[in-house]
Design a protein around this ligand. Structure first.
Ligand SMILES: [Zn+2]
Length: 234
């Protein structure tokens, strides 16, 4: 915040509203834990070592090979371990098992998910402050699901409507912008966002839609990943 102010910069802030109700976004807790443990490779290797067979066997499926291929196309900087971690994390079938193993991995490394959670989220006052000094507050879903594109129209609608209503109530202004959580969306998502009056939405990579030099849909605009930007400063 201080750095942005120093350079006179204003930014988009895409906000998940569950944190204002005491909820947590586990993918963010895991990212924080990975940084504390020395990187995603360390975290994923530890996870794979401790993984029960029921979960581990998912990495020996054609679905994982296909997922890995797609991910490396969209995010060439991802490691094999990144792909393993994300694939296991996204498994709807083994959600509870994955969370249990991850809790165990974090605890063994002296990391308490609840303690991490307490320090990660901004509160309502921060949000209002950002809006009042000219930053743009946008949607990022209420619950930050791992795979928005696998949810039904009704579930997506309920999630984005809650996110919209809460941000509008807190800031006093209806949001007009958004970014897709974990780059996940489908045609239902775009219809829902349009009906909420969202004018501009961002993906999480620079890939052009097939057959076009750039993506002209204002709800799926390309965005450079911060990993690439950070590399420019090295
Ligand atoms: Zn996110």
């Amino acid at each position: 915040m201080r750095i942005l102010a120093k350079h006179g910069l204003r930014a988009f802030w895409f906000i998940c509203s569950t944190v204002f109700e005491g909820g947590a976004i586990r993918s963010e807790i895991y990212s924080h834990a990975a940084a504390q443990m020395g990187g995603m490779e360390v975290l994923a290797n530890t996870l794979v070592k401790q993984c029960p067979a029921a979960l581990l066997k998912e990495l020996n499926t054609p679905e994982f090979s296909q997922y890995r291929r797609k991910m490396l196309q969209a995010y060439p900087f991802y490691s094999h371990q990144d792909c393993q971690f994300r694939f296991l994390r996204n498994s709807a079938e083994h959600k509870q098992l994955f969370e249990e193993v991850m809790d165990q991995v974090m605890t063994e490394h002296g990391l308490d998910p609840n303690q991490i959670s307490q320090r990660l989220w901004m509160d309502r006052e921060h949000l209002v402050f950002l809006r009042n000094i000219g930053h743009t507050i946008g949607l990022h879903s209420h619950n930050h699901p791992y795979t928005m594109d696998t949810l039904s129209y009704m579930d997506q609608q309920a999630d984005y409507q809650t996110n919209f209503d809460q941000l509008a109530a807190l800031t006093g202004h209806p949001p007009r912008t958004m970014s897709h959580p974990l780059n996940s969306y489908n045609s239902d998502t775009l219809r829902i966002l349009e009906s909420l009056g969202i004018e501009c939405g961002f993906r999480a990579n620079m890939m052009a839609a097939p057959g076009t030099a750039y993506d002209s849909n204002p709800l799926t605009m390309a965005r450079e990943d911060s990993t690439t930007l950070l590399k420019l400063t090295e």
